[in-house]
Design a binder for this molecule. Sequence first.
Ligand SMILES: C[S@@+](CC[C@H](N)C(=O)[O-])C[C@H]1O[C@@H](n2cnc3c(N)ncnc32)[C@H](O)[C@@H]1O
Length: 222
Amino acid sequence: MRAHHIDRPADLDEVRESYDRVADNYAHMVLTTGIGDIRTHPWLKASIDAFADSVRGLGPVLDVGCGPGTVTGYLAERGLDVSGVDLSPRMIENARRLYPECRFEVSSTTDLDLAEESLGGVLGWWSLFNLPREVLPQVLAMFARALKPGGHLITATHVGDEDFRRTEAYGGVSVRWTTYKWRPEQLVRLIEEAGLHPVAELRLPADEHTGPGVVVMARRPG
Ligand SMILES: C[S@@+](CC[C@H](N)C(=O)[O-])C[C@H]1O[C@@H](n2cnc3c(N)ncnc32)[C@H](O)[C@@H]1O
C-alpha cells in the first residue's frame, strides 16, 4: 500500500494526450533551437550544475516530468545515477531515443510510489505547473519523504497569479492544459511546509520565448 495519497488531477488524461501531441515538436525544438535546453542558458545550467554538485554521491536522482530527457541526459553525462519519468508516453519514446544510456518510465507524478529516504535528489524541472493548486503540496510532501537527509529538490516553474488555460503550444499544436503560475514566495512557502529548507532561489525575467520564471532549490534537513 502507498504510504501517502495524492489526488488524481481531473484533467490528467487531457494533459497526457496534449503532451503526446506536442512531444515530437518539443524534442525537435530543444535539439534544433536550444530553446528549453539548459546548455544554452547559463543561469539554468548553473542551477542544474549546483544541484548536481549538491547531490553527488548521495543516492539515485529522479527527474520527474523529464520530457525528452534533456536534463536527465545532462546529469547522466555528469556521472549521476539518474532516471526520468514522464506522464506522456511519446515524450518518453523521445527520451529513450535521445538518451539510450538512461532509464525512463511512463508515470504521472501523482502515481509515483517513492520509498522513504530513497533518493539523493529529485527534479521538478518545468514539470509541476500542470498540477492543480491543491495537488502540488501533496507532491512536494512525497518528494520530501523520498529524499534522504541532505538530499535536494530542484524545481523551476512559471511565475504569476493566474491559472492560464493553454490551447496551443510548440508550433501551433492544439493542447488542453492549465498552467498554474505561482508567486515565488508562495512556492517557497509550500516547499517549507513540505519539510524542506530552501537553499537558493533564482528569479528569471520574461524573455522573448517565455514569461517570468523561478528556480528553487531546497534540502531535506538532517
Ligand atoms: C515543459 S515540459 C518540460 C520537460 C522537461 N522537464 C524539460 O525541461 O525539458 C513539461 C513536462 O511535464 C510533463 N508532465 C505534465 N504533467 C505531468 C504529470 N502529472 N506527471 C508527470 N509528468 C507530467 C509533460 O508530459 C512534459 O513532458
